[in-house]
Design a protein around this ligand. Sequence first.
Ligand code: PBG
Length: 331
Amino acid sequence: MSFPEVRLRRLRRTEALRGLVRRTDLSADHLVMPLFVRPGSGVVEPISAMPGQCQYSVDTLTERVGRLSEAGVPAVLLFGISPKKDPRGSEACAEDGIMQEAVRNIKKAVPEMLVIADVCLCAYTDHGHCGVIVERRGEKVVDNDATLERLVRTALSHAHAGADIVAPSDMMDGRVGAIRSALDGEKLTDVCIMSYAAKYASSFYGPFREAAESAPGFGDRRGYQMDPANAEEALREVALDIEEGADIVMVKPALAYLDVIHRVRERFDVPLATYSVSGEYAAVKAASANGWLDERKVVLEIMTAIRRAGADIIITYWAPEIAGWLREPGR
Ligand code: PBG
């Protein structure tokens, strides 16, 4: 049958009809809010390239997390900012480090909040790279295997502080397996690993590097993060991370990589997260501030698209706003 018997517009006539046949749902249960924590007390320092986002000290962060919980956001993803930087990023795994303090405080004050700890060295190395630098053939490169040991110690310290999930974002080969066996070795068998499995070398991370004070001092991250031109390679990355013991895999960024999300979803039956990154946030914020886009409508459309592509979990700086919008009747 075809037109005039078939009229697809019939099911679009009212909101009740549209709701009845809607395939993709959006709920606050799937949202993760990223937050930045720095030393000090009473700090709420706005991040200029990410309007509405701030760097917090542990005390103000914990209050913020309490409000997020009340707003219906189930999980936070923490990033530490440290003035203590050295070539090996030693501060990343310090027992009294900024991340470890933040995790402990949040789990004490807001125990129901899921705490995800980002595991990386870039905020703690004086060169700003995600691993340990060595010289090879006259060139400075990030040494994969030397970095693993640092990442393992960092993940263990986060887990001991009480993190529910550790999230390695460095893109070294073999880190998921190394972290899993170290966690299991210390009886931390119920700490989950969310791996940044397919993390692309993206220009959309620009505002984040201001926020986390983690821009590389020389070169770029293309020697370890993925080439935006490749999709099949993402499937290999995801397969390896699952084999190594990842509980949740991630594709990052989100909006420019919806095809990758979709392909991972089709191929693998595992929990899939995606990170709607700082540049995606900043772009929509800037256009909205100029009155060129309707922020709320655009954000809900983007989030629906991400879910339609196949992501279960969405990491987004709009998490509390979305949770609020979804509660409003007749949206
Ligand atoms: C650190 C890290 C980055 C992001 C998350 N973890 C930046 C980078 O790799 O340079 C980006 C997040 C965002 O842009 O919102 N390894």
